[in-house]
Design a protein around this ligand. Structure first.
Ligand code: BEZ
Length: 275
């Protein structure tokens, strides 16, 4: 189970919202627009939508993060991104670094399209195919040595461009841009902090007493690849950035298999930025 602690998030994951500006630029929010922020976290990025003059409703599955977002004055609500119940209420849906945590991408896309007025925009960024592949591989090796199949606890959905485009189109979106790009991401703290912040479902698969050893082993394996000469860890993020418009109807034949992993409490994310 993945949980989110606002203090821990602010210390070890602030880069997620700090790196969100290019996505906001792609949205190009206009004053007075109604915007739904799906997976607002502690609201650091949502605040910029409010500052742009938008009327924002923000949702997140983490009660603690919603509380933190409300403390910023944001209209934040606890809700599951796979069970959105808005009907044609928004000019835009915005989502940064959340949709790779979603267990049922079709349910999320259907809900986001329903939330949009016809012609409304979806601007979103998620981890894309190959995201944190080195970290995933190291976790798989270290867990396998303990008889645990890492795939069975892997919470992440990192689609290819083609797969996500097909899902978007099946849900009645016209895709304006979709782009997969590597974004090596400098971490603000040690890899162990990243693992404890973002990889909880893997760590939860081992007894409490062994988690330290698992982190140490993953760290040792990855240090030659992911730690620079300056001592900074650089994670091998890959992003999938999307801008699409609702056509107001869906065909809903994605042709893609449903997902298999269990739900997290919420997402959070992180540098080089094409459009
Ligand atoms: C993120 O973008 O939040 C993320 C990417 C890879 C693993 C976990 C989280």
């Amino acid at each position: 189970m993945q949980t989110w602690n606002p203090e821990r998030y602010a210390t070890h994951a602030r880069f997620v919202s700090d790196l969100g500006q290019p996505l906001l630029d792609l949205l190009a929010p206009r004053p007075g627009e109604r915007v739904l922020d799906v997976g607002c976290g502690d609201g650091a990025l949502t605040e910029r939508l409010v500052a742009a003059g938008c009327r924002v409703v923000a949702i997140d599955s983490s009660t603690a993060q919603v509380r933190a977002a409300r403390a910023r004055g944001i209209d934040a609500r606890v809700a599951d991104a796979c069970a959105l119940d808005f009907e044609r209420e928004f000019d835009a849906v915005f989502s940064n670094a959340v949709l790779h945590w979603i267990t049922d991408p079709d349910a999320a896309l259907a809900g986001m399209r329903r939330a949009l007025a016809p012609g409304g925009r979806l601007v979103a960024e998620l981890g894309g195919h190959g995201c944190v592949a080195a970290v995933r591989e190291a976790l798989a090796i270290v867990l396998d040595r303990r008889g645990i199949d890492a795939e069975s606890c892997d919470p992440w959905y990192f689609p290819t461009e083609a797969e996500y485009r097909a899902r978007l189109e099946a849900h009645g979106f016209a895709v304006d841009t979709i782009r997969l790009f590597p974004r090596a991401t400098r971490l603000p703290s040690d890899l162990t902090d990243w693992l404890r912040t973002f990889a909880q479902p893997f760590l939860a698969a081992v007894p409490d007493a062994e988690r330290r050893a698992v982190c140490d082993e993953v760290r040792r394996r990855l240090e030659p690849r992911l730690r620079g000469g300056d001592g900074v860890w650089v994670a091998d993020y890959v992003r999938l950035r999307v801008a699409a418009r609702s056509l107001g109807r869906a065909t809903c034949d994605t042709g893609a298999p449903p997902r298999r992993t269990p739900p997290p409490e919420r997402p959070g994310a992180p540098a080089g930025e094409p459009r």
